[in-house]
Design a protein around this ligand. Structure first.
Ligand SMILES: [Zn+2]
Length: 276
């Protein structure tokens, strides 16, 4: 146990150190509180002697394997922290040009929960890690032809706007395998790859892990922390700011601050608000 703790500490130190330097370069400063060790979730594949199961990847984190929902994990309790290993990664595209960053656009009431990378129609798109294809589908108004792959490190990666999918649901893939071709399908203007990284349905900025301009990962281990995660809410009919605040266990003041709006702002059904 002592050895495990020491390894954990090193992993945390490395991961926190790297994410902090990234935050300084590209993002607004992010305060990452240090978690007590016992609350840090150690993925099975980081435990010595445990084999990686590609048939049911990250079963230590996900309650089931299902092809039904894209990001439907509302009932699942998130661990306080998850250490995500970047070991064995492959960049999904060799393109180095980012055309749209990850982030929330309060003015448009829209959250862009992925990163857009310029690719040409027909360019090869590759699996970021070993894993199993959970969703291979077409969405006319959204992702277009898209794939969701679950990986043993706990991440799910999403590849959108493809011109062609080269894998089927439940296929096992390896890092670097061609999984699709770049395209311009769905809600897309100009061919590009929309790439998302999620954990139990919660989006993480891919730039915290993948550096497309330099074609490498920015850290060996990314520490996902529940209490700093971003939470978004889609406004429903009959919602008011105070009702939304109650539903999401936050305050109207906090919602106003996160979205740069006033208490009297008019909110529209279907609009996305950041609530944490
Ligand atoms: Zn996008």
């Amino acid at each position: 146990m002592k050895v495990v703790c020491r390894i954990m500490f090193l992993l945390l130190a490395v991961a926190l150190g790297v994410t902090e330097s990234v935050a300084q370069d590209a993002m607004p400063a992010r305060v990452i509180p240090v978690q007590p060790m016992e609350q840090v979730f150690l993925p099975a594949h980081l435990s010595p002697g445990l084999a990686v199961d590609l048939d049911n990847p990250a079963s230590y984190l996900y309650p089931e394997w299902s092809n039904e929902y894209v990001h439907g994990y509302n009932e699942v309790v998130l661990p306080d922290s998850v250490i995500i290993s970047m070991k064995g990664y492959c960049m999904p595209t060799d393109s180095t040009r980012i055309t749209d960053k990850y982030g929330y656009r309060p003015r448009r009431g829209r959250a862009h929960l992925g990163i857009d990378i310029k690719v040409k129609v027909g360019d090869t798109i590759r699996a970021a890690f070993d894993g199993k294809v959970r969703i291979s589908r077409y969405e006319r108004r959204g992702y277009g032809h898209y794939l969701v792959i679950r990986h043993p490190n706990g991440l799910e990666t999403v590849y959108g706007h493809l011109s062609k999918k080269l894998v089927n649901e439940n296929d096992i893939v390896h890092a670097g395998d061609p999984i699709g071709l770049g395209g311009n399908t769905g809600r897309s203007t100009g061919s590009h790859l929309h790439f998302e990284t999620r954990i139990l349905g919660n989006a993480i900025n891919p730039a915290f892990m993948f550096d497309f301009p330099n074609q490498k990962v920015v850290t060996d281990y990314y520490v996902y922390q529940k209490n700093t995660r971003e939470v978004y809410y889609k406004v429903k009919s009959g919602d008011t700011l105070s009702r939304i605040a109650i539903k999401n266990e936050t305050s109207v003041a906090n919602i106003c601050k996160l979205n740069g709006i006033s208490r009297n702002a008019i909110i529209k059904v279907g609009q996305t608000l950041r609530v944490n």
